[in-house]
Design a binder for this molecule. Structure first.
Ligand code: PLP
Ligand code: COI
Length: 345
């Protein structure tokens, strides 16, 4: 008989964590009814009890965020640019006709939920972090295709390790034949529907040994858009930092930060524009960037019968390494942050 032992902060092996869910026991929840948000409070039940007629269940009226709490060398806990997550959730809410959860309340909520789960913030040396998942969903009784009258804002946390197996070890990616988001749809919002449509292409890529699918622009299928869970960057042979610009990709906070760091700390020229899939050989390094992915170096990209290999396919490129050191150094408190980027819990 298998004995199930509950994982606790005392028994957990922080260094071996992947990107999985652990119920840490404390969640922040606020409810929207009759045109206003409730105060919001810490609750202990992981299950949410909602109407079978909730719009989130039928029509995907929901949006979410992904952010992290980082433990510093001195044991403090900090957030990285959390107001940008708050603003992006407001943007997603507006697109799906949901009431915004105000920025100030969002910031208060994440402080409160991390403080309530403080023993789950992984130690500095472990390399793990506390992932924070804010979620806004339409609930209540609605069956026609129309917005809900009631909403739930909930935030859970879970300790995580690398999103892509190997973390900073380069892995291979496959350009998908499928589209992730429509040109004038919701690709730039963090809403569940974009992720549901990435399941099948992601599975097809993973079944063939790739880490994930890379999507092309849905209009011409000639330009790189992004990965299903991260933005894309390439470093050209003459050391420019290049990243796609498109209305159907998620405006990544990591991307916006790396653009600034590449320019201001590494002195690189930055190009945000079209990245033609036929021109992938202009790069000497490529990678995926995001909160969960951090910086995941790409060893090769397969497009039809072509395969583009970066560095020697094994090593992490020099620029990627320097970007990683800056970004993670700031997030973990080892490198001086630009003004306003860090908030202490
Ligand atoms: N693109 C997609 C589709 C994502 O899911 C994510 C993750 O949030 C990103 C990009 C990276 O965004 P961020 O850096 O804000 O986490
Ligand atoms: C994130 O990086 O926070 C994401 O949301 C990516 C993925 C886990 C959906």
């Amino acid at each position: 008989m298998r004995v199930l032992t509950k994982i606790t902060p005392e028994t957990i092996n922080w260094g071996e964590l992947g990107f999985g869910y652990i119920d840490t026991g404390k969640k922040f929840r606020a409810y929207y009814k009759d045109g206003e948000w409730s105060e919001g409070r810490i609750e202990t039940e992981k299950n949410v009890f909602i109407s079978e007629a909730s719009t989130a269940l039928h029509y995907g009226q929901q949006a979410f965020e992904g952010m992290k709490a980082y433990r510093t060398k001195t044991g403090e806990i900090q957030f990285f640019r959390p107001e940008l997550n708050a603003q992006r959730l407001i943007d997603s809410a507006e697109k799906l006709l949901m009431p915004a959860y105000p920025e100030e309340d969002f910031i208060k909520a994440i402080h409160e939920v991390v403080r309530a789960n403080v023993e789950w913030v992984p130690p500095y040396e472990s390399g793990a972090t506390l992932y924070i998942r804010p979620l806004l969903i339409g609930i209540g009784d609605t069956v026609g295709v129309q917005p809900a009258n009631e909403f739930l804002f909930t935030v859970f946390v879970t300790p995580v390790g690398p999103y892509f197996k190997g973390g900073m070890a380069p892995t291979k990616f496959l350009v998908s034949d499928f589209d992730r988001a429509a040109p004038r749809g919701t690709g730039a919002q963090k809403v569940g529907g974009n992720y549901a449509s990435s399941y099948l292409p992601g599975k097809l890529a993973k079944d063939q040994g790739y880490s994930d699918a890379i999507y092309l622009d849905p209009v011409t299928h000639t330009k790189i858009e992004e990965v299903g869970s991260a933005n894309f960057f390439g470093i050209t042979k003459d050391k420019k930092f290049v990243t796609p610009k498109s209305p159907s990709i998620l405006p990544s906070i990591t991307k916006r930060s790396l653009i600034w760091l590449a320019e201001n700390r590494l002195g690189l020229e930055v190009v945000e524009g079209d990245v033609y899939v036929d021109e992938l050989d202009q790069f000497s390094e490529t990678g995926a960037m995001g909160t969960a992915a951090v910086i995941a170096p790409i060893s090769s990209i397969t497009y039809g019968d072509k395969e583009f290999t970066y560095t020697d396919g094994v090593e992490v490129g020099e620029v990627t390494q320097r970007l990683y050191a800056e970004l993670v150094g700031i997030q973990k408190g080892d490198v001086e942050a630009p003004k306003g980027w860090i908030q202490t819990v």
